[in-house]
Design a protein around this ligand. Structure first.
Ligand code: ATP
Length: 351
C-alpha cells in the first residue's frame, strides 16, 4: 500500500437527481497526514465527506482504505471518527459517558472505558468536567468533548466537518491549535472540511481546493498561496491583485516575459499585496487613495491609470493619502493564473 494514499478517493461522481454535486473527484490522505478540503459554500465539501464516511451513496468511482475498497462497507464498520459542525453530544449523557460511548457499545470492560476516558480528558485538558452534562458546557468545550469522543475508539481516519465554525474567533483559534496538537501527537490521518482559508493555511499539511464539485488544485499551503494555478484559487486563498494582460503591460511591462503563451487560454497575473514594492515619487504612476492601519501592517489602496491595486507594507514608508508613488514587482513574485471564473455558475453543474 502506498502510505501517501492511506485514504484514496478515486474519480468519484455523485449526483442529486440531475445535479452533479461531485464530478470525477480524486482525493488522497496519507498516513498521519492532515488534509483540508477547502472551498466556498455549495462546492461539494460536505457531500464528499459524507460519501467517505459511508453516510451517502455515490454514482461512480471508489473509496479505498489501506488499499482496499470500502464502498460496500456500512458507515459503522469503517472505523472512522467524525466531528460535525453542530455539537452532536448526547444531551442526556455526562461528558465521561459521551466520551466512553463508542467503547461501551464495542463491549470494552467498564474499568478500561474509565481509564481511557480519564486519559482523553487529560489530553483535551478538561479533566474537571467529567460529570457535567453537555448543556453545562461552552461551545468550545463541547467541541473538544466531541473530538475526544471521536478519537476514543482509535479511528483509522478522523473526519471533521467545519468543527470550528460555530465558535467565536478566540475560542476558534485556541481549538485550532488543540486539534493540530492532538492530530500530530496521535498521528491520525485527518480530513477536515472548511470554507475558511486562514484555518486551512494554519492547520493543513495539504489543502485540496474545490469549486463547483471539482478539485481545482491540491498542494501544500505554501503552494496554494504562492503558486495558485487558477484565478479562483488565487482569489479564494487570501487577497490578491489579479491583473489582465493590458494592466500588466501598462504597470509592470517587465513581467510580460514570463506570461505563458498557450493559445485560447486567458491568463491573469496574480500579485499578492505584500509583494508590491512602493516608494514616494512625485512622478510615480500611482496615487494613494486610502491607508488602513492594521497593527502590524498598513493596507493601501493605490489608484493607477490601469486600475487600483492593494498594497501591504510593514515598514514605515511615508506615503500619506493623496501622495504619488512608484510601484514595482519582482518577476519571482508574479504568478500567471488561468482565468477559470469567466462563466462558471455557482454551486455545481447540471448534466
Ligand atoms: P457548505 O459549506 O455550505 O456546507 P458544501 O461545500 O459542503 O457547502 P454540499 O453540502 O456538499 O456543499 O452541497 C453541494 C451541492 O449539493 C449544493 O449545491 C447543495 O445544494 C447540493 N445538495 C446537497 N445535498 C443535497 C440533497 N440531499 N439533495 C439535493 N441537492 C443537495
Amino acid at each position: 500500500m502506498d502510505p501517501t494514499r492511506f485514504l484514496d478517493v478515486v474519480r468519484l461522481t455523485k449526483k442529486y437527481g440531475t445535479f452533479v454535486a461531485l464530478d470525477d473527484v480524486s482525493v488522497t490522505v496519507g498516513e498521519s497526514e492532515f488534509v483540508c478540503l477547502l472551498g466556498p459554500s455549495g462546492c461539494g465539501k460536505t457531500t464528499l465527506l459524507r460519501v467517505i464516511a459511508g453516510l451517502t451513496g455515490f454514482d461512480a468511482g471508489d473509496v479505498r482504505l489501506d488499499g482496499r475498497s470500502i464502498a460496500d462497507l456500512p458507515a459503522r464498520k469503517r472505523g472512522f471518527g467524525i466531528v460535525f459542525q453542530s455539537y452532536s453530544l448526547f444531551p442526556n449523557m455526562t461528558v465521561a459517558e459521551n466520551i466512553g460511548y463508542g467503547l461501551r457499545i464495542r463491549g470494552v470492560p467498564p474499568e478500561r472505558v474509565r481509564a481511557r476516558v480519564s486519559e482523553l480528558l487529560e489530553m483535551i485538558r478538561l479533566p474537571h468536567l467529567a460529570d457535567r452534562l453537555p448543556w453545562q458546557l461552552s461551545g468550545g468545550q463541547q467541541q473538544r468533548i466531541a473530538l475526544a469522543r471521536a478519537i476514543a475508539v482509535d479511528p483509522r481516519v478522523l473526519l471533521l466537518d467545519e468543527p470550528l465554525s460555530a465558535l467565536d474567533a478566540k475560542v476558534r483559534a485556541d481549538l485550532r491549535g488543540e486539534i493540530r496538537r492532538l492530530q500530530r501527537d496521535l498521528g491520525i490521518p485527518t480530513l477536515m472540511v472548511t470554507h475558511d482559508q486562514e484555518e486551512a493555511l494554519a492547520l493543513a499539511d495539504r489543502i485540496i481546493c474545490m469549486n463547483n464539485g471539482t478539485v481545482v488544485q491540491a498542494g501544500t499551503p505554501e503552494e496554494l498561496y504562492l503558486r495558485p494555478a487558477t484565478r479562483f484559487v488565487a482569489d479564494f486563498m487570501g487577497t490578491s491583485n489579479l491583473l489582465d494582460t493590458a494592466q500588466v503591460e501598462a504597470l509592470f511591462p517587465e513581467l510580460m516575459a514570463s506570461r505563458p503563451a498557450e493559445a485560447g487560454v486567458r491568463y491573469h497575473a496574480c500579485i499578492r499585496p505584500e509583494h508590491v514594492g512602493l516608494r514616494p515619487d512625485p512622478e510615480g504612476i500611482g496615487t494613494v487613495r486610502t491607508v488602513t492601519f492594521l497593527g502590524n501592517l498598513r493596507r493601501l489602496e493605490v489608484e493607477t491609470p490601469a486600475g487600483s491595486l492593494t498594497v501591504e507594507t510593514h515598514g514605515s514608508v511615508d506615503v500619506p493619502e493623496g501622495s504619488h508613488v512608484a510601484l514595482s514587482v519582482e518577476p519571482r513574485h508574479c504568478t500567471w493564473v488561468i482565468d477559470d471564473m469567466g462563466t462558471a455558475a455557482p454551486g455545481g453543474r447540471v448534466s
